[in-house]
Design a protein around this ligand. Structure first.
Ligand SMILES: [Zn+2]
Length: 290
């Protein structure tokens, strides 16, 4: 059974970039006869915009998406993340860290794919008594490899490219990486189709899957929609919300961005007929890397 998912963060309304990711994951799952799940990634409540979740759900409905099962909210799933963290702690795979950002910046000598590599201070010395601790995953010299369906072969050497990464922050919030891995496993997700901005997260997620004994889904990271300045569309780059009308024209634009074949009279289609066409003719390989 194929299970895909769309997992937006409710930091603002859906924009064209998130629609493209939703369309790609939806067509990929449905064209394989699979299920498509909707998960609201609101684990980081500090970035959560009130009412954004409801707005996203209404927009997806308006655009004709039909998800399987109940909507899952990460903000309600801390117990699952804590259980996974406890497993890692009991097996000595995670350790507490009380370092400040400045201490890490001042003592790190190695640069990884996302900046300074954590130098392992709290692995070698006692943590500061009374200070709130983050939890870090121990990384080792192994190389995690995977074949991305869009981006080809990928690999990171965990210790030198990533370093010991945080799975629970000092303020108590679970990291994106841990939450996604636990949710994908508990929800039985087999196919992850998402934006290329998450390509670099994937080796950390596979590493966690292996530590926790979870299966690894098939991954496809699709090109990002960029604005005229070459930036990813996001709340930060002031991407506009999807229009409430012109649903067919906007879906056609998303399918065109994904290089899918469309009939000449597509603009006269009803939303349901457009989806039927898009799913029947969906071809992931037509999407070109940019
Ligand atoms: Zn530390």
């Amino acid at each position: 059974m194929v299970v895909g998912r769309f997992a937006p963060s409710p930091t603002g309304p859906l924009h064209f970039g998130s629609l493209v990711a939703a369309v790609a994951s939806y067509c990929d799952a449905k064209s394989r006869g699979g299920q498509w799940l909707l998960r609201i990634e609101d684990v980081d409540q500090t970035r959560h915009v009130a009412s954004a979740s409801d707005d996203i759900i209404r927009t997806l409905q308006r655009y004709g998406f039909v998800w399987d099962g109940d909507i899952v909210y990460q903000s309600q799933r801390s117990a699952h993340y804590q259980t996974a963290l406890a497993q890692l702690q009991q097996r000595g795979l995670a350790y507490p860290c009380t370092c400040s950002r400045k201490e890490i910046a001042d003592s790190s000598t190695l640069l990884g794919i996302e900046g300074a590599i954590y130098p392992g201070i709290c692995l070698q010395h006692a943590t500061k008594p009374g200070a709130a601790a983050a939890w870090r995953i121990k990384t080792d010299a192994q190389t995690i490899r995977f074949a991305d369906q869009m981006q080809g072969q990928q690999q990171h050497q965990m210790a030198s490219d990533i370093g010991d990464f945080v799975v629970k922050r000092a303020d108590g919030l679970f990291s994106y990486q841990l939450a996604v891995v636990v949710d994908d496993a508990l929800q039985g997700v087999t196919h992850v189709v998402r934006g290329a901005d998450l390509l670099n997260s994937t080796t950390r997620q596979i590493y966690l899957q292996q530590l926790l004994g979870y299966p690894t889904p098939v991954y496809a990271h699709i090109p990002l929609v960029l604005n005229a300045d070459g930036q990813k569309l996001s709340k930060q780059t002031l991407a506009t919300a999807l229009p409430e009308d012109n649903v067919v024209a906007t879906l056609v634009a998303a399918l065109s961005f994904l290089k899918q074949t469309l009939p000449a009279d597509v603009q006269s289609f009803a939303v349901a007929d457009l989806w039927q066409w898009a799913i029947a003719h969906w071809q992931l390989p037509k999407i070109t890397r940019r």
